[in-house]
Design a binder for this molecule. Structure first.
Ligand SMILES: Cc1cc2nc3c(=O)[nH]c(=O)nc-3n(C[C@H](O)[C@H](O)[C@H](O)COP(=O)(O)O)c2cc1C
Length: 137
């Protein structure tokens, strides 16, 4: 099992319809290739973790990298894992601009954390998205 975590920036702010469409396409494709993960969006920035078979994860990442809807794609970390962390989701999604209802999210808002700043602290990025998923189930 392999995972990859990255951040990127949308070329323009995405509205709810665009985000919904992106989420639906991702869920459909990822289910087919047995990829799981989580996509976060916050004021024009994305953070996504994808996990599954190594070749398929790398294949998806290279496809996503070529998507013209975002830019400044920065791979934070990748590597082997024993088992999936995002079993429940072919692709979980959260628009962080909307009000959250969990502890981790509140801390995120209070500390004014920005997704892009995670590119300078890979361990925090990984811990954040794992914890985010746990508190959001
Ligand atoms: C931030 C971001 C994350 C994406 N994540 C996924 C994903 O997890 N799975 C996926 O299939 N496509 C994802 N996409 C969309 C792909 O780049 C591509 O548009 C899509 O897979 C094409 O689907 P199609 O071949 O069914 O038309 C993402 C795009 C962006 C901008």
């Amino acid at each position: 099992m392999f995972y990859l975590l990255y951040v990127s920036s949308a070329v323009k702010l995405m509205d709810n319809d665009e985000l919904l469409k992106l989420h639906q396409v991702s869920q459909k494709n990822n289910k087919r290739s047995e990829i799981t993960g989580m996509l976060l969006y916050q004021e024009g920035n994305f953070m996504q973790i994808i996990e599954g078979n190594k070749e398929r994860v790398l294949e998806l990442f290279s496809k996503v990298t070529m998507d013209k809807h975002h830019k400044d794609i920065y791979k934070i970390m990748s590597g082997s894992i024993e088992k999936r962390n995002f079993n429940d989701w072919s692709m979980g999604f959260c628009n962080m601009n909307e009000t959250g209802h969990n502890l981790n999210y509140d801390a995120f808002i209070q500390e004014n954390i920005r997704l892009r700043t995670f590119e300078h602290d890979s361990q925090s990025a990984y811990d954040f998205i794992i914890k985010f998923n746990e508190t959001n189930r």
